[in-house]
Ligand binder design. Structure first.
Ligand code: ATP
Ligand code: MN
Ligand code: MN
Length: 409
């Protein structure tokens, strides 16, 4: 591997992958207040504006001091993306807009501890409804706006709209699986149809899926999954990635990257393993729903998003009850990488989303490389590179090492 000169992490950098971003920063309350503006723009479908706030928040998260009116004027307002006109393909339309919203809003926050527009947003019924409707897994902002426009406001409205069955004791119930028959009357075996998480099911499970997961339970889930995997294919390796790896005390889901320790086999032990593991977990009653399942097939790689082309399954998982505590359904993402793609997989799934976004941008713009979780490709000749450790991924891309707990951009 060719290594490029390293760039030292620096809070003034334009790329999030060059900044050290702790989980909790000295300006946490300001970041949260700007987060309301971000969420509002996002729920209203104003993607460019939302990204502008997201970037400004991300820059502030790396700023190492409490922001005051003094350092705001001398330093903070000159940081990248703070008060910059929001970039877009239609920049020429925005030449007339000379106000820098965040600059004024940040100053407002320093003076008063709140931002007036956030107060207005918080008092708006539409904002709360859209926020509530999107809290259901699988309901995005566009769907929520459509549901709002036909009169839905609350989760109870959604239950009626999606016709969620209510049991005699008033609780919602998961519908029995329908038995599926082929046209010639043959029953399709259970293993041929892993149930998708429908909006109906997501509504029934919403209290479970909304609750955050402790580090202890994340580790317990990981251990249970690894034990099942070891039975299927001995010698696999894994890393818990996502927010857990960045040090979050409470996670919204569990993300695990898997591979096999035998580098020489060309990934044969891993091929198809994702599907087999999900099937096994389903048969054991550990996985109850599957929201996405992709394979190595070219067809699937084309269809899956721009993110990567690894085998992955996004599932709903529940630990077996140990008799003493009630278990909750949890979201569990399983990602399988061929042995040579393990470290790019780990880097690509550790996040945060902004860190990943800028890592890809940095690789492309500054290094002429395409980074994704399945490897690094040199753009001019499509040559593939597979770093042999996480540090090598950083070195290869000319980046100073940033600990996972400082990737909370
Ligand atoms: P949370 O505690 O909310 O789960 P998180 O950072 O773990 O926080 P996730 O949505 O679980 O958030 O995503 C984990 C990381 O994996 C993200 O930072 C993102 O970079 C990456 N990621 C998420 N979805 C995909 C995907 N479909 N393809 C590739 N990478 C993804
Ligand atoms: Mn996660
Ligand atoms: Mn996830």
């Amino acid at each position: 591997l060719v290594t490029s000169p390293r760039i030292f992490s620096n809070y003034t950098a334009r790329y999030a992958c060059l900044r050290a971003s702790p989980l909790v920063c000295p300006n946490q309350a300001l970041a949260a207040e700007l987060g309301v503006l971000y969420l509002h723009r996002d729920l209203e479908g104003k993607a460019v504006n939302a990204l502008g706030y997201q970037r400004a928040i991300s820059v502030l998260k790396a700023y190492p001091r409490v922001i005051t009116l003094e350092n705001f004027d001398t330093e903070v307002r000159h940081l990248p993306y703070i008060g910059e006109k929001i970039q877009s393909k239609v920049t020429y339309l925005q030449h007339t807009t000379s106000s820098h919203p965040e600059v004024e809003q940040i100053k407002e926050f320093i003076r008063f501890g709140v931002i007036e527009e956030c107060q207005t947003i918080r008092a708006s019924e539409r904002f709360w409804s859209l926020k509530t409707l999107t809290s259901v897994h699988g309901i995005g902002a566009t769907t929520a706006r459509n549901l709002y426009s036909i009169g839905l406001r609350t989760l109870e409205d959604m239950e009626r709209y999606y016709d969620v069955p209510v049991a005699d004791d008033g609780t919602l119930k998961l519908e029995e699986e329908e038995v599926i028959y082929t046209p010639n009357g043959k029953r399709i075996p259970r293993q041929a149809r892993l149930p998708d998480l429908s909006t109906k099911a997501a509504l029934v499970l919403r209290n479970d899926l909304e609750a955050s997961i402790s580090r202890e339970e994340v580790e317990e889930m990981h251990a249970v999954v690894m034990a099942e995997l070891e039975e299927l294919q001995p010698g696999c390796v894994s890393t818990i990635v996502g927010g857990y790896r960045r040090g979050k005390l409470q996670s919204n889901d569990v993300d695990i990257v898997f591979s096999h320790s035998d580098l020489r086999s060309g990934g044969n032990q891993v091929k198809g393993l994702c599907r087999k593991l999900v099937q096994r977990l389903y048969d054991r009653g550990l996985v109850t729903h599957v929201t996405h399942l992709s394979g190595f097939h070219a067809r699937d790689a084309m269809r899956t998003s721009h993110w990567d082309s690894l085998e992955k399954a996004l599932t709903i998982f529940i630990l077996p009850s140990d008799g003493t505590q009630k278990r909750s359904h949890r979201r569990l993402d399983l990602i399988f990488a061929a042995p040579e793609a393990y470290w790019t997989g780990v880097v690509g799934w550790t996040g945060s989303k902004m860190f990943e976004r800028d890592l890809r941008l940095w690789a492309k713009v500054e290094k002429g490389m395409k980074f994704d979780s399945s490897g690094i490709t040199r753009r001019h000749d499509s040559k593939k590179f597979f770093p042999k450790s996480e540090l090598e991924v950083f070195e290869f891309l000319g980046l100073e090492w940033i600990d996972p707990t400082l990737r909370n951009a």
